[in-house]
Design a binder for this molecule. Sequence first.
Ligand code: AMP
Ligand code: MG
Length: 496
Amino acid sequence: MAVNKKLMPETKIDIKLEDTYGQLPAAMYSRVMPTKVKAPALVLFNHKLAAELGLPAHEAALAAWEQILAGNAVPEGWQPLAMAYQGHQFGYPNMLGDGRALLLGELLKLDGQRVDIQLKGAGLTPYSRRGDGRAALGSMLREYLYSEALHGLGIPTTRSLAVVATGQPVFREKMEAGAVLTRIAASHIRVGTFEYAVNNLSLAEYQQFLQYTIKRHYPALTDAPAEGQALAFLQAVMERQASLVAQWMGVGFIHGVMNTDNMSIAGQTIDYGPCAFMNTYHPNTVFSSIDTGGRYAYGQQPGIAHWNLAVLAGTLLPLIHENEEQATVKAQETLQEFPRMYLQAWMQVMRNKLGLAERQQDDKALVIDLLDWMQANAADYTNTFVHLQLTELPLLPAYQQDDFKLWYQRWRQRTEEQPGGIAAARKIMQQHNPQYIARNYLVEEALQQATELADLKPLMQLLDILSQPYQQQAVADKYTQPPTGGDAGYKTFCNT
Ligand code: AMP
Ligand code: MG
């Protein structure tokens, strides 16, 4: 017989959360309590992450979490807040803020790192605008799946601790089940938070906000000389973004909505909306239904990162130099470095994917020629790199073409020139080329089963496989197969 939770003695979650963000100038946030929901039901709980965070996860604790992570209970001492921010959405500035998210507080991890615990979908806030403050179960499961998939790939990302169904419907295109996602992030400071801060704080307060951010995410810059510190900060954020986007490009990840409010200052992937993985290689690949102009297409991502960083640079001008013209010149000089930074990060990613241990002059041409060939032949991005690791290529017609054979020879020759030859190359490749990605049709199937049939098995299996994407696993073929007929017509939705 199942335990009747109502009869069990209540377990208190006795965890202290800190509130350093709440010590910032009052304009930066609003204190808001979550709005209670009808019938909380824990759908997913990330036990591994809980252990990493030092959070209890035994049965009685889970019953308590179910209440807390639905927003129905707030442990003593926790002081939730909604963060204020602006953002450029598809190039246009807007006042945004946590319209449905609440920061429960900051947890100091066992390793001393500070992380935000945030509820997404916890009810109305002063920043909700026309929204309902809620989230749909399907979208929250989707964020859980993709964020954990990126984590599995070793790419910096926010994490997902839990999804709790609310027992209340939300109205989107159609009626859907509601849910609250618990998100763990290095912080929720975005490029858009700086846009808001520079417009709403005094210069002294703004300087204080920069110091807060530096201390939290770039502590090495704490002691940098005041003059030059803001520029050094800009450069450090640029480096993290260059590295992040290069890693996305390496696995074919398309964020889908790289608005400035969806770009984390800490350099983590954040805000999983219409994201997806590319199957067939093409730089113009875009799945988001609202991105009709392809602003956030796969191949646009490095350029958009640069654009967003230019917005960040603009917000930092008053801290870079009191003379705006001089500040602009300095900011420009720093920003100009981005293409070079990105190219370096991306070439490192691509060298690893091809098993090249050391740099050579013509590496870039080798990479570009392969990508061009993939594009011309509509090759599957992930599987092409997996195939290159094999002693013998599979008997696909595309691999029989002369232009491919020539490229293959060039690459093999190149691997032979390095210590350990092809064997060493394969070792590197195995660590950098995923066998498994969150293929769109598998994701849709798993989410459909979960939301329409309350069957979590396909989702759990996908999560399990994607937690070790570089390991070959004894699983059904479909997990490595591109969709039949490609991704023609596949669309993703923000579905907020
Ligand atoms: P996103 O597209 O998720 O990055 O959200 C953009 C902005 O819209 C943020 O300020 C969100 O808080 C807000 N937002 C999204 N969905 C909702 C909703 N259902 N209710 C209130 N605000 C929302
Ligand atoms: Mg967002």
